[in-house]
Write a protein that binds this ligand. Sequence first.
Ligand SMILES: [Zn+2]
Length: 137
Amino acid sequence: MKICPNCSSQNQIKSGVIKGRQRYKCKDCNYNFTVEKMGKKIDDYYVNKALQLYLEGLTYREIERILGISHVSVMNWVKKYKIKRPYNNKYHPTYKILNHTELANYFSNINELKGAGVVVTELGDKFMLIKWERFRD
Ligand SMILES: [Zn+2]
């Protein structure tokens, strides 16, 4: 089974031979790659992060913007791991990227936390704060 190094899809077709190596074309993102490049896989860390953000209600495009991972990859992972999230159009989470000091300041203000759900996840050398304001119309 071949895995697309660009989006981790397993859907590809043979696309000629280059310098003695079989070349493949990914059917999901049209990325061309040879078998030698297969080892290059997106770190599992980002797979977990992406799925976490997806479950928190962020869109594929938002996840792409935040993590710098193609939305096609995220869609494939959601499919691959059969992630389902409950349908909800009443709220949408907002998010901020903060460093440690900013995060500490944020939590020192009780008004930021009242009536809201907050999730903090590490993101590189910073922290991402996802806030749900749940009980608003
Ligand atoms: Zn691909």
